[in-house]
Design a protein around this ligand. Structure first.
Ligand SMILES: NC(=O)c1ccc[n+]([C@@H]2O[C@H](COP(=O)([O-])OP(=O)(O)OC[C@H]3O[C@@H](n4cnc5c(N)ncnc54)[C@H](O)[C@@H]3O)[C@@H](O)[C@H]2O)c1
Length: 325
């Protein structure tokens, strides 16, 4: 009797699944016909926090969100970078402020989050963007560098999200953005630490998404961003063979468009999505030959220089509020 009831239940769920799938495919087709600028949500009055907003992608995203009406908070260890981003936000007529927060220090994150809630208000759009790369092969990697990469690229996400998620859940309203990487979908030379943290960031993000959806928080959106190499300086010296480095302006524009349209995945460039399944379908030796002889992925990382001092330039400066709106 139980077996029959289970079978009927499975049949019912399957038919329901086919029904909603048809609906979702139709919805995706209709949406793809409407230009993106007509289907973006309004973010005026949202409180957006961008980690690593003192340079690169974080800076550009912060300025764009402010221009769209969000009150933007920038976190970084680079105080000059924070000041410059806040200045550009204000020059563009937006609202913004910055805090020095060291993401390698969990207590600093909790302390700064508390200050943000008191001084600005609950964060409704959290962009976990800050990133760090050392760029050495395993045996050359100092343990402290491995720790730092894990702290900035993944461990900090737990503390930042835990700090602001409760308020989002109370109103069933919010958005969490994780800036991961194509290196989180495919392991890369000189990236045993970096790549691993980006794989972790993807697992973290997707798991958080399932928790929110399973508990009915359909008003809290989650966008996962996986870009290929970008010309910000983080991967200075890298010379990719087939795909050119992405321009920061393009990446920031796509991230903001992904936020406005509540996109679940933003893979940049889009063509990478079609290459990745080859990893599962091709024989392993053929995959390696494709990577080494055609794409020359490892060789392109052999010339890596990266940023040299940026991450440490304010290392001993105590946390200060850079500017308040
Ligand atoms: N540049 C690329 O090729 C590339 C490719 C794929 C993904 N990404 C990812 O995109 C994101 C942005 O990278 P980017 O290219 O703009 O790099 P970036 O170096 O220009 O910016 C990273 C920012 O994070 C900040 N940061 C680093 N450590 C910090 C800490 N302990 N506490 C607070 N802030 C800290 C830096 O000061 C900097 O402002 C990162 O997560 C990166 O991993 C970059």
């Amino acid at each position: 009797m139980t077996d029959l009831a289970d079978a009927v239940r499975l049949l019912y769920d399957t038919l329901l699944f086919i029904g909603v799938s048809i609906m979702y495919v139709a919805e995706a087709v209709v949406l793809s016909l409407i230009p993106r600028r007509f289907r973006g949500k309004n973010i005026t009055g949202e409180v957006a926090l961008v980690t690593g907003g003192g340079s690169g992608i974080g800076k550009l995203v912060a300025i764009k969100l402010a221009k769209l009406g969000a009150h933007v908070i920038v976190w970084d260890i680079n105080e000059h970078g924070i000041e410059d981003t806040v200045k550009q936000i204000k020059e563009a007529g937006g609202k913004g402020c910055g805090y020095r927060c060291d993401l390698t220090d969990r207590e600093d994150i909790y302390r700064t989050a508390k200050a943000v809630k008191i001084e600005v208000g609950p964060v409704t759009l959290l962009v976990n963007n800050a990133g760090y790369v050392c760029g050495r092969t395993l045996l050359d990697l100092p343990d402290e560098e491995i720790d730092r990469t894990y702290q900035v690229n993944i461990l900090s996400h737990y503390a930042t999200t835990k700090s602001f998620l409760k308020e989002m859940m109370k109103d069933n309203h919010g958005h969490v953005v994780t800036v991961a990487s194509v290196a989180g979908l495919l392991g890369t030379y000189r990236c045993t630490d970096y790549s691993a943290t980006k794989f972790a960031a993807i697992g973290y993000h997707e798991s958080l998404f399932t928790e929110l959806r399973a508990h009915g928080y359909d008003g809290i959106h989650a966008t996962l961003v996986c870009p290929y190499f970008i010309n910000t300086g983080m991967f200075n010296g890298v010379k990719p063979r087939l795909l050119p480095m992405l321009e920061p302006e393009y990446v920031a524009e796509e991230i903001v468009a992904g936020i406005l349209t509540n996109q679940v995945n933003v893979v940049l460039p889009g063509s990478v999505r079609y290459l990745l399944p080859l990893k599962c379908f091709l024989p392993a030796k053929m995959c390696w030959a494709l990577m080494y002889q055609i794409m020359q992925g490892p060789q392109s990382m052999m010339t890596f220089k990266g940023r040299e001092v940026l991450q440490d330039q304010n290392a001993n400066i105590p946390m200060t509020r850079s500017e308040k709106n």
